[in-house]
Design a protein around this ligand. Structure first.
Ligand code: MG
Ligand code: MG
Length: 262
């Protein structure tokens, strides 16, 4: 069942999405070599609760933490650990918030210290995939147009597009219909209607597309052990172009400031 949201509901989702963006910006301030994902998790949980929200992932299907933290070859659903981050790592931080009965769900992949040019290029292309996917999320298009936008761009660069995990509808539930694959054919799939709220989240691998799940029952890793990147926005389908409800801008402001004081 696909629920189209009212404008009132969209405002509540926006508020939750923005709180996730602010939470990730707090983490951007402290991500550096030596920090552990568990420390990030504690900061995120306090920040969310201090701002009237509840961690959206903690307890969801028994997930133990506030954040999914996925380092290097980990694609998504990594459980925060006490392993210190190292120079050259990348860490995808995915965070959900429940506030006023509605979820926000946003992810960003951070560089830890100095990462290789090859990995930087992967991050840039994955962000570009997200931008192109959002452009495709407008009335008159279909779900396949979103997937096509991601897949065509990523594969043109020689990257692998993860298929086993997908974006999703978002609202009173963290995961609602429809599923939003990052691959697809133009003009295929469900028609996009005004008021449809989607979490769009390309997961792009430096190497092949294949993934497997680790024995913890959560962490998804690339089968070839090469790094993977992940960015996620929450958008509402509109007539001329999608409206982005979440923001990465606060994160990127922090990252620019950090770069300046180096
Ligand atoms: Mg997410
Ligand atoms: Mg999601």
């Amino acid at each position: 069942m696909v629920y189209l949201k009212t404008e009132e509901e969209i405002e509540l989702i926006r508020e939750s999405s923005l709180l996730v963006g602010k939470t990730l910006a707090e983490l951007a301030k402290i991500i550096e070599p030596g920090v552990t994902a568990l420390q990030l998790d504690e900061v995120a949980e306090s920040f969310i609760r201090d701002h009237g929200g509840v961690p959206g992932f903690k307890g969801y299907n028994d997930f133990p933490n506030t954040l999914c933290t996925s380092v290097n070859e980990q694609v998504v659903h990594g459980i925060p650990s006490d392993r210190p981050l190292e120079n050259g790592d990348i860490i995808s931080v995915d965070c959900g918030v429940l506030k006023n009965g509605f979820f926000g769900d946003v992810a960003y992949t951070f560089e830890v210290g100095e990462v290789s040019a090859e990995v930087k290029a992967l991050l840039e292309t994955t962000k570009e995939c997200l931008r192109e996917a959002i452009k495709a999320a407008k009335v008159g298009n279909r779900l396949g147009d979103i997937g096509y936008a991601v897949q065509s761009l990523a594969e043109a660069e020689g990257y692998g597009v993860v298929r086993e995990l997908v974006g999703h509808g978002l609202g009173k539930n963290l995961h609602e219909a429809p599923e939003v694959p990052n691959y697809g054919r133009r003009g295929n799939g469900m028609k996009l209607k005004e008021g449809l709220v989607l979490a769009i989240e390309p997961m792009i691998n430096l190497g092949k597309r294949h993934v497997r799940q680790q024995e913890d029952g959560w962490t998804i890793v690339t089968a070839d052990g090469l790094p993977s990147a992940h960015y996620e926005h929450n958008v509402v389908v509109r007539k001329d172009e999608a409206e982005v409800l979440s923001t990465h801008e606060l994160i990127e402001e922090v990252l620019r400031e950090k770069e300046e004081v180096k």
